[in-house]
Design a protein around this ligand. Structure first.
Ligand code: DAH
Length: 348
């Protein structure tokens, strides 16, 4: 073969250089860039091949064969390398996306019910099997529903501006859930048994008072209703709520304009037998107010008080929650501090 040794060596050197560049390509993109650079139309190798046509005709076949072999080998080498790199990138991808089933799951904070919601739900759960249904009323009440129809005399101290948030002259933010008694008597027929949970508002704020808090109201109306039934119902309810069959309930005579007779009811302290800081050494803890529906209340809603009797009771939810969960400050319920709320998330 009559190929000049020098030129042959130069091309062979180029061939080795290209091969080693292909070999060094770390990914398919780089490899392709090298291919364009070293085997493209303007590459030194292609330019050298084009020169064949300037060679004497009898030398051209040998040069052609030589270059074909070089290009064929490089092509071959390129494809081999490309396959290798493509497999490598696939392996890397698989490795990256592989799931390690032994890893812990992503951390996510589960929402939890607010302690006040929990207490309300527990109370509803106790009363539902006794036939009580849920009744609601608006937060903004007329003076008539909040006071007059509940037999509050016009100048009763509860109407004092200090306790009541007035909205205009005739409306208030309800100061208690008792107006739902009136709304129930207006919308239902006896016999009836309702529970009315919800927010109430009073201009008062300290460790044990919040301007917004929650109450639950109970109302039962039937042909004959006794104080003994009221006491039995409250005892049943409180024993279940505190999960204590030994718990005692006592009535103390009291006054509410909408009940006659009226009482405040206490429970025996669930934390001690002989006096502690929770019951202030008295062994009793005050829970709420109750009584038999005042005939005047029936009269306000045009019910015949000679035909119907009823009992009613009310209590503050936060007070109960404080006792049930041993919480030192009522304001904790409304600050929405996640560290406080999280402590209830395990209760299910
Ligand atoms: N509404 C009263 C209050 O907020 C509580 C209450 C007392 C409700 C006696 C009643 C009841 O139903 O009979 O202080």
């Amino acid at each position: 073969m009559s190929i000049p040794q020098k030129e042959k060596e130069r091309i062979e050197n180029l061939f080795e250089q290209i091969k080693s560049s292909f070999n060094q390509a770390e990914n398919e993109k780089k490899l392709y860039d090298f291919k364009v650079k070293f085997l493209g139309k303007k590459s030194p190798l292609s330019i050298a091949r084009k020169k064949i046509k300037d060679y004497p005709i009898e030398k051209r076949p040998a040069w052609g064969e030589f270059f074909n072999k070089i290009f064929e080998d490089l092509d071959h080498f390129y494809l081999k390398k490309q396959k290798e790199l493509s497999q490598k990138s696939l392996d890397q991808k698989i490795e990256k996306e592989a799931m390690d089933l032994s890893l812990p799951g992503p951390y996510c904070i589960a929402g939890a019910k607010h302690p006040i919601t929990r207490v309300i739900e527990s109370i509803i759960k106790i009363f539902t099997p006794l036939g009580y249904s849920i009744q609601t009323g608006p937060y903004v009440e007329s003076d008539w529903y909040n006071f007059s129809a509940l037999n509050f005399p016009p100048f009763h101290p509860s109407r004092d501006l200090q306790d009541t948030f007035y909205i205009g002259e005739n409306h208030v933010l309800r100061t208690h859930t008792s107006p739902v008694q009136i709304r129930t008597l207006q919308s239902q027929k006896a016999p009836l048994a309702v529970l009315a949970p919800g927010a109430v508002f009073r201009a008062d704020s300290d460790v044990s008072h919040s301007p917004m808090f929650h109450q639950i109201e109970g109302l039962y109306v039937n042909k004959k209703v006794s104080l003994a039934e009221l006491k039995g119902t409250l005892s049943y309810f409180l024993k279940h709520l505190f999960q204590s069959s030994k718990m005692k309930v006592r009535f103390r005579p009291s006054f509410f304009p909408f009940t006659e007779p009226s009482a405040e009811y206490d429970i025996s302290c669930p934390f001690c037998f002989k006096g502690c800081s929770v019951c202030k050494k008295s062994t009793w803890i005050e829970i709420g107010g109750c009584g038999l529906v005042h005939p005047e209340v029936f009269r306000f809603v045009d019910w015949d008080s000679t035909k119907w009797q009823g009992f009613a009771f009310g209590l503050g939810i936060e007070r109960l929650a404080i006792l049930l969960f041993n919480i030192p400050d009522i304001r904790l319920f409304f600050e929405n501090d996640i560290r406080f709320l999280n402590q209830f998330s395990s209760l299910g």
